[in-house]
Design a protein around this ligand. Structure first.
Ligand code: ADP
Ligand code: MG
Length: 338
């Protein structure tokens, strides 16, 4: 529900920001429930309704294909049989492996068993704090080294388990871009439940995207002016959590400790041309903390995939690496990192 309200809010912001003044005529819009969230898709130019229908069908297909808990999904098959031949799964796990390497294991698709232990997995039941020995046992099966990819074949050393929840939305955005291209869409703002994928251009200026305030989901930190063909993906420790004995446990796990990441970041927004990287890097930054995230920002620019970031620390600082971000919220200090 919280996500739903924010999605509506974000769309309102996008509309306010002038997305409606497209020279290509009336926008076509559609709301789709997929990947456990409400998505609002807005497209301009081209064959709008056909593009939206194609995007909607693609989202349903990805939901069925990638969900770990759905019998018949490729991830379910891999986790049960230890091997699958599937071009898409191989590509997603290959990219996930690269992010794992780039982030020194802060992002790791083999955290599935840990997610289940904490009750954050698909159909994993109640949230609870696992026993230290349960965490130790699960940690023994966490690691990129248990995933082997050869062409379209993936081999997983069971009982290691994978979860593509950290890259699914980014990949969905990439697939929707393909739907836009095939249907001659000139511009699209695809709100994937707080994460945003921007396709093409707006002839009346850059896209403007509201970046949410991790401390108050009804407010926003600022507005980002962004070019098209960009993914703006946010991970935050406030998104999913439970409380036990007064302690808050959130859904972004540190693959090294098995516990919710204990970093100084409340949220990380990543702006990147690659959807999978954007999605996974946002999670990795939350695990790494501000210093580690900025280190990754520097090395990724030359060694991996370049990205920009807007990081919010638990002591009220907003660190951002790109131009075009206008501060909006009271109570934060904003620092442009160069
Ligand atoms: P969203 O689902 O809104 O995209 P995130 O971008 O924060 O949320 O992604 C977090 C998801 O990624 C979790 O729900 C879980 O499935 C998975 N995950 C949590 N921690 C890690 C991690 N360290 N590495 C890889 N995936 C993770
Ligand atoms: Mg994400």
């Amino acid at each position: 529900m919280k996500k739903y309200i924010f999605a509506l809010f974000l769309i309102a912001c996008l509309a306010l920001a002038g997305c409606g003044r497209q020279p290509d005529g009336t926008p076509h819009r559609r709301t789709v429930f997929a990947m456990d969230t409400v998505m609002n898709l807005t497209v301009y130019g081209g064959n709008g309704e056909a593009a939206l229908s194609a995007a909607e069908q693609e989202l349903y297909r990805l939901d069925a294909h990638l969900a770990r808990g759905t019998a018949g999904s490729v991830v379910y098959a891999l986790n049960h049989d230890g091997t699958v031949i599937d071009r898409e799964a191989a590509a997603l796990l290959r990219a996930s492996g690269s992010v794992a390497q780039a982030s020194d294991g802060a992002f790791d698709p083999t955290v599935a068993e840990l997610l289940d232990l904490w009750g954050f997995g698909s159909g994993a039941g109640e949230h609870r704090v696992p026993l230290p020995e349960e965490i130790a046992a699960a940690l023994a099966h966490v690691g990129e080294k248990y995933v082997h990819i050869d062409g379209e074949q993936v081999i997983l050393d069971l009982p290691a388990q994978v979860d593509l929840g950290g890259v699914a939305k980014g990949w969905a955005g990439e697939r929707m871009f393909a739907c836009m291209k095939e249907n001659g869409i000139t511009g699209a703002a695809l709100d994937l439940g707080g994460d945003v994928a921007l396709w093409g251009g707006k002839l009346d200026g850059p896209w403007r995207v509201a970046i949410k305030d991790p401390a108050d989901e009804s407010a926003y930190l600022g507005v980002l002016e962004a070019e098209g063909d960009r993914f703006i993906m946010t991970s935050g420790v406030y998104e999913r959590y439970f409380e036990e004995n007064g302690v808050r446990y959130h859904h972004i796990l540190d693959p090294k400790t098995g516990y919710p990441a204990d970093s100084d970041l409340l949220s990380a927004t990543v702006i990147c041309k690659d959807g999978i990287w954007a999605d996974a890097l946002a999670t990795a930054c939350c695990v790494l903390g501000a210093d580690g995230a900025l280190e990754l920002w520097k090395t990724a620019a030359t060694e991996w995939v370049p990205f920009d970031a807007i990081l919010v620390t638990d002591d009220g600082r907003v660190l951002y690496t790109c131009d075009g971000f206008t501060a909006q919220a009271e109570g934060y200090t904003y620092e442009r990192v160069a």
